[in-house]
Design a protein around this ligand. Structure first.
Ligand SMILES: Nc1ncnc2c1ncn2[C@@H]1O[C@H](COP(=O)(O)OP(=O)(O)OP(=O)(O)O)[C@@H](O)[C@H]1O
Ligand SMILES: [Mg+2]
Length: 459
């Protein structure tokens, strides 16, 4: 189908001229209008694929027209034309939702290129927006389950902090209490997060690797740096950088991080240029940071810097009244995942669950229900299906214990990375999921790194 272009200009002669020129290109069908009323009436009959509007017109300005069109169609390509370009109106037009702002006389070649591109990009934009929507629903406040007052407080904290453009947030809480969940929810429920959610586990990598991951490096910064690489700080620009297990950061990196947090500027390793970024920083730890500060293991100044907005997530044993709700939620999830028809948890099984004190918190509960669901074969989860409580390994990222991971001196960064991945894989008994979690990277990223280092089983 040939795309329909509606051209709006109170100077109808100009509009017709433009339509005639566009017509010659042969890629568009054009209609011209000399008032917004005429355009809106026609649009109600047959919506356009693109609108080109003049800026200054009696009645509604091009900016107002743009705003109204944008309201009813978030992805319609809209072009604003003007005889007198100035920066301010250009900005206003773009803010109102225009795709482009062009000055008369229009360069036809430029216009047709821009039109074609806007039309091609439309489906991509729509797809990106719908993915964003799905993510928003997945990590909306509703993802944080629980009716307990302490969980209400968690949701209130998220709501309040999500409204602040770029707060620094510290999430505390035992392992498995939902720190990662809350960090994601904060990102996806904030109107200020245009960029990506990027997370890194500070305890997962040796200090030099972590530094390179965070700050990136310049080509030639060290032997293996054949290409420049953006660090996660840059990748998360305009979004959220989630630094998990912040309590495990080395002293050296604590100093560097503090520096960055204070200036919001940094240099890539081996780089000279100062790069400025702006993002939300969320940190989390299951360790007692105040105690670490007292022991001198964590810098006081960094602690004050990251703890501007702090919230401690309650352990499951303190919100026990929510246990049935959470347990049923996980039953539901694994019902779908394992294609079973277990419709409820028996009262006897619930009593057993409620008597346990859940040192591994919600994650442990999830794992217990997952295991039980594997064995369940009736319509009900019964005590017989439950594993022995306390026997379930809470699949936390593998402990990176000192000696096993001490790397030989003199390795290049690339060699160190290869060796580190190899040993982590070994420590995780080849489990890709746990290795990726331990390293704080995605499974895809892990696969790419294994491929690069010749660490795939098939290689
Ligand atoms: N209130 C909650 N509602 C629903 N799911 C929850 C809730 N709290 C935790 N979970 C789930 O429990 C699991 C563990 O949560 P999460 O990974 O966020 O914990 P964590 O505090 O980051 O743990 P760790 O300190 O070990 O990293 C996840 O599957 C998460 O979705
Ligand atoms: Mg976590």
């Amino acid at each position: 189908m040939i795309p329909k272009v509606y051209i709006l200009d109170d100077d109808l002669t100009y509009a017709k001229l433009l339509a005639a020129n566009l017509g010659k290109v042969g890629k568009f069908r054009n209609e011209v209008f000399d008032s917004h009323q005429a355009l809106f009436a026609r649009r109600a009959e047959e919506p356009p694929d693109v609108v080109i509007t003049d800026l200054v017109m009696p009645g509604l300005s091009g900016i107002e027209v743009t705003r109204r069109l944008r309201q009813s169609d978030p992805h319609l390509p809209i072009f604003v034309l003007t005889a007198h370009a100035d920066l301010e109106t250009a900005i206003d037009a773009l803010k109102a939702g225009a795709n482009e702002y062009l000055t008369k006389p229009v360069n036809m070649e430029e216009l047709t290129t821009l039109l074609s591109r806007a039309l091609e990009e439309r489906p991509l934009r729509e797809e990106a927006a719908s993915i964003q929507k799905v993510r928003q629903a997945e990590f909306s406040l509703r993802a944080i389950l629980g009716a307990h007052r302490l969980i209400d407080e968690v949701r209130e904290f998220v709501t309040r902090v999500a409204e602040i453009p770029r707060p620094t947030v510290l999430l505390l809480g035992e392992s498995g209490t939902g720190k990662n969940l809350v960090a994601r929810t904060l990102h996806y429920s904030s109107p200020h997060s245009a960029g990506r959610f990027v997370e890194i586990n500070c305890s997962a990598l040796p200090s030099q690797l972590l530094e390179a991951e965070l700050f990136g490096y310049q080509k030639g910064a060290f032997t293996d740096a054949r290409e420049s690489k953006r660090g996660l700080i840059e990748v998360a620009d305009a979004g959220t950088l989630f630094l998990d297990e912040i309590g495990d950061l080395s002293r050296e990196l604590q100093a560097k991080l503090l520096n960055f947090l204070e200036s919001k500027r940094f240099r890539r390793l081996g780089g000279t240029e100062e790069i400025e970024v702006s993002q939300r920083i969320i940190t989390a730890t299951n360790r007692d940071l105040e105690a670490l500060v007292k022991k001198g293991e964590f810098r006081t100044d960094l602690y004050y810097r990251i703890s501007v907005a702090t919230h401690a997530l309650p352990p499951l044993r303190d919100v026990k009244s929510d246990l049935p709700l959470l347990a049923e939620h996980f039953r539901d999830i694994f019902n779908h995942e394992f294609r079973k028809q277990v419709t409820r948890i028996s009262p006897a099984a619930l009593t057993i669950l409620e008597d346990w004190d859940w040192p591994g918190n919600v994650r442990e509960l999830r794992n217990v229900i997952e295991r039980a669901m594997i064995f369940a074969d009736g319509p009900e989860l019964t005590p017989a299906d439950l594993p022995e409580l306390g026997s379930i390994e809470v699949a936390e990222p593998a402990e990176v214990d000192g000696d096993a991971f001490k790397l030989p001196k003199g390795l290049t960064l690339g060699e160190a990375e290869r060796e580190y991945i190899r040993r982590t894989l070994e420590a995780c008994e080849g489990s890709v999921q746990r290795t990726a979690e331990t390293l704080g990277i995605s499974r895809k990223n892990l696969w790419e790194k294994r491929k690069k280092h010749g660490l795939l089983d098939s290689q």
